[in-house]
Design a protein around this ligand. Structure first.
Ligand SMILES: Cc1cc2nc3c(=O)[nH]c(=O)nc-3n(C[C@H](O)[C@H](O)[C@H](O)COP(=O)(O)O)c2cc1C
Length: 216
């Protein structure tokens, strides 16, 4: 343990001097988000659309996991999952979620808070139909987060279904689809040298976004 503590204590990264200032911030956080996501894609950040989403269980236990941000529709963040998964059941019981993107290559983090609901059937169908066949089969077979005996159990079911649906388009199962998040709070973090990071929050107040600089 002492060894790990020493190793961690010696990890020290400087974050460069990319600036974030009120003058170069977009008035609308969605535009700012799009700019930063574009930058992350341009520099080929690893999985630039991976975001962690936190929900709260009925027992008041907070839980986080990564999902893939797949679209921005009507300024809402879309991701797809199993509707009977723990995260989906938690969202249906309590729509308040928080999420986070981190692009270490450019020392940027975006945090958001909002309300989440099932996306429309059209959004879910359109994304499901765009998935490779393997992903479609796996979505049907997986009872996400349930305990299984072994990997073979899933592989056998996928092979069985693949045979059953040979030469047939696979339809989205009703228990799999999108969620959309309407965001009411955004926070942009730009890492800077000597831990003097730049941070700005956007809170939706009245009919507009109120932008504030936060202490690092
Ligand atoms: C980078 C990354 C992306 C992921 N994307 C998704 C996704 O888009 N949808 C999904 O259901 N699970 C995704 N997962 C798996 C989830 O993190 C999680 O293990 C799973 O959804 C079960 O979560 P739950 O038990 O909280 O419902 C991803 C995992 C990683 C590491």
């Amino acid at each position: 343990m002492e060894e790990i503590s020493n190793t961690l204590a010696s990890l020290r990264q400087e974050y460069g001097n990319r600036e974030l200032d009120k003058g170069n911030l977009k008035k609308n956080p969605i535009e700012q988000f799009k700019d930063w996501l574009d930058d992350a894609i341009k520099i080929e950040a690893n999985e630039p659309n991976a975001m962690a989403i936190s929900t709260v269980s009925k027992e008041n236990k907070p839980r986080s996991r990564y999902v893939l941000f797949k679209d921005l529709i009507n300024d809402e963040i879309i991701f797809h999952t199993h509707y009977e998964s723990p995260k989906a059941l938690e969202i249906i019981a309590n729509p308040n979620v928080s999420g986070i993107f981190y692009w270490p290559e450019i020392h940027r983090q975006i945090r958001f808070e909002g309300k989440c609901k099932k996306a429309s059937v059209e959004i879910s169908d359109s994304y499901f139909n765009s998935r490779p066949r393997g992903g479609q089969l796996s979505a049907i077979v997986s009872k996400q987060s349930k305990v299984i005996k072994n990997r073979k159990e899933i592989e056998d079911k996928i092979n069985e279904l693949d045979e059953q649906f040979k030469n047939v388009d696979i339809k989205r199962p009703e228990n799999w689809g999108g969620f959309s998040i309407k965001i009411s709070y955004w926070e942009f973090w730009q890492g800077r040298n000597n831990r003097t990071h730049d941070r700005f929050s956007y809170s939706y107040k009245g009919n507009d976004w109120n932008i504030e600089r936060l202490s690092p």
